[in-house]
Design a protein around this ligand. Sequence first.
Ligand code: SAH
Length: 262
Amino acid sequence: MIIKAKKSLGQNFLKDKNVLKKIADISLLDNTTELIEIGPGTGNLTDYLIKKNPKKIFLIEKDEKLSKYLKNKFFDKIKVINKDILKFFDYEIFNKNTIIIGNLPYNISSQILIKFILDNNFKYKALIFMFQKEMADRILAKVNSKNYGRLSILSNWKFDIKKLFDIKPSSFEPRPKVESSLLFFSEKVDKYHLKNPKSLELITRILFNQRRKKIRKSINNIFKKNNKIISDLNLNLDLRPQNLDIKTYCNIASKYNSHKIS
Ligand code: SAH
């Protein structure tokens, strides 16, 4: 069967055997863990991950043709789920020993990550996701740096994140235009407790919409100029969005949530 890569589904298949092996070796998979792979494509990476003998393997693949191909390739050793990960809510296949791995479709990779950040019903031990390097840099960015933004705040609120390694365009077929990076995410044990994590998404969206402006105006808008609430937050309103650390964003989000100003 000839598989032609679909651009619309972000299909760049990993071909480099050294890279595939390296990912499997670093994956923490063994016979005590389970695997969920997102966007397995033709199963190139799956072939290497299987060798680690995970207890169960689920593949979530949106492309119907590829799903059929994978079912044929792996028989019933592996459960192939022909669904869109962004619309996937079958929480029962996830548990605390699950490792979720994906060479993600780059056009929706940040949406996929945000889904795992905001939805508390997913259980897992770790996520290992591939991104375009430029997006990985934004995820990893620290406060006061040029790349620091919504994605850095949301990701680092929830996860301890490590960069595993970069991958060259020549390792893929078809070749993407840019370099890729593989990141490892494990949930922070001491993360700031937010009753409603969506409020952090909202607050960061409002503030970073005015990326270069002082935060004064946005904060006034968010809290409808309620001076008492604003002064309780103890903010320097002359700062700009990239100068506030994650804890400060969480303080603003939780204040917003508890006052529900509408
Ligand atoms: N992991 C494979 C393929 C990566 S390409 C490899 O490394 O070779 C990205 C894969 O994600 C493609 O197979 C594509 O069909 C699939 N995909 C795209 N959008 C998806 C979605 N919304 N949900 C699940 N899979 C998706």
